[in-house]
Design a binder for this molecule. Structure first.
Ligand code: NAD
Ligand code: ZN
Length: 359
């Protein structure tokens, strides 16, 4: 047996308002005057003076505002990297990603691709990256994905939605400032928060579970229940959900996600539904895998008066359904975690089609 030796974020700062220490953090990391810091920021902050006023651009530093309407694509990463190479006089001192999972993943991928040749699609998979990334910082502005701690960046390529998983993907620095999550719309807060809830359910109920993952998973699960079911102040909710996301990410780092994520990847790839929402749509139909937790999930749905879209697969062509099923079936480690080595005894194309048809 070979034990996983996984990298962690080497520096992390936490606290309401801690984003104002960004300049102090990056100053010693500047390589030279020609090597800029490049900020990739969710365009929802384009007119947010409160956030932008804390960023000091000096020398050749610049900001790129990016829409997160669509999840990151390999072509988008390649175009961003090409622009950076054309527009800078030297390799950047660092990439600073400010936003949700979409922007965090884009920033990780861009930092990797500046120092690795070819297209990002060549590196979708496990441990294909050869060179260390440039210094990269993640600043989450919505909580749940755990992208801030993970060693992957999930990209949609021409053929598949798959992460660039590598020891160099993990951020060098993370800034956890719960105040930055102010203004997240309620439905999005719910979908991304439930991503964390589902990470915990899949990790804790999986066959890969171990004491390391369990300690983080139980903490994150209990924080999620507090945030989504108890009366707490807005500040407490923001603080706790940010830490739940972190712990949920740590939990899956040493175990794996499961059936919900396998099916959700198929849904996102074919229908372009974003990760948090796709997970919720899928999870709502997974009584046979995670019965108790699905009941709790429905209670949380009712509590927050969230109505999930339904019948989205009803009129899909067989071709599209087959594509979804192929993507889901290919995620072997996820099924092994959910059901064990003999997962193929329980799951086949026909049974997956029945589950998709219910969505
Ligand atoms: P997101 O980044 O797509 O953002 C969702 C929406 O919230 C966007 O419209 C965005 O503009 C808005 N938003 C973000 N912060 C805001 C704020 N403070 N105020 C107002 N609006 C705000 O959503 P997400 O759920 O965080 O990320 C989903 C992505 O994360 C997917 O691409 C998924 O594949 C990826 N993901 C990655 C990992 C990983 O380990 N790398 C894990 C899970 C998910
Ligand atoms: Zn997820």
């Amino acid at each position: 047996m070979s034990f996983k030796n996984f990298p962690m974020v080497s520096n992390v700062i936490f606290g309401r308002g801690c984003f104002s220490q960004l300049n102090e953090i990056i100053t010693p990391k500047r390589e030279n005057e020609l090597a800029p810091f490049i900020y990739l920021i969710d365009d929802v902050f384009e007119n947010n003076y409160n956030l932008l006023s804390k960023i000091s651009l000096i020398y050749d530093d610049y900001i790129v505002f990016i829409s997160s309407n669509e999840e990151p694509k390999t072509t988008q990463v390649d175009a961003l990297v090409e622009d950076i190479i054309l527009n800078t006089k030297s390799i950047p001192s660092g990439i600073i990603g400010i936003g949700g999972g979409t922007i965090l993943d884009l920033s990780k991928a861009v930092a990797l691709m500046i120092t690795n040749s070819g297209s990002s699609e060549d590196y979708q998979g496990w441990d294909l990256i050869k060179n260390r990334a440039v210094y990269h910082i993640g600043v989450p502005t919505i909580s749940g994905t755990g992208s801030e701690v993970s060693r992957t960046t999930v990209l949609s390529g021409p053929k598949m939605k798959l992460g660039i998983n590598s020891d160099y993907t993990t951020f060098d620095q993370v800034i956890l400032d719960p105040e930055l999550t102010e203004g997240v719309p309620i439905d999005q807060w719910f979908y991304t928060g439930m991503d964390c809830f589902i990470h915990c359910v899949e990790s804790l109920n999986g066959t890969f579970i171990n004491s390391f993952s369990k300690s983080y998973g139980e903490m994150a699960y209990s924080l999620c229940k507090e945030v989504f079911l108890l009366e707490l102040s807005i500040e407490e909710k923001q603080n706790k959900l940010m830490m739940a996301s972190w712990h949920g990410g740590m939990s899956i780092a040493y175990s794996q996600v499961g059936a919900a994520h396998a099916l959700s990847y198929g849904l996102s790839f074919v229908l372009g539904i974003k990760h948090g929402l796709a997970n919720c749509i899928v999870f709502n139909q997974l009584d046979e895998f995670y019965r108790e937790e699905v009941i709790l999930f429905r209670k949380i749905l009712r509590t927050h008066k969230i109505k999930l879209p339904d019948q989205i697969c009803k009129n899909l062509s067989n071709n599209d359904l087959d594509k979804m099923i192929d993507i889901a079936m290919n995620l072997e480690p996820l099924w092994k975690n959910a059901l064990g080595e003999n997962w193929k005894d329980t799951i086949d194309k026909k049974s997956l089609k029945e589950i998709y048809k219910k969505m």
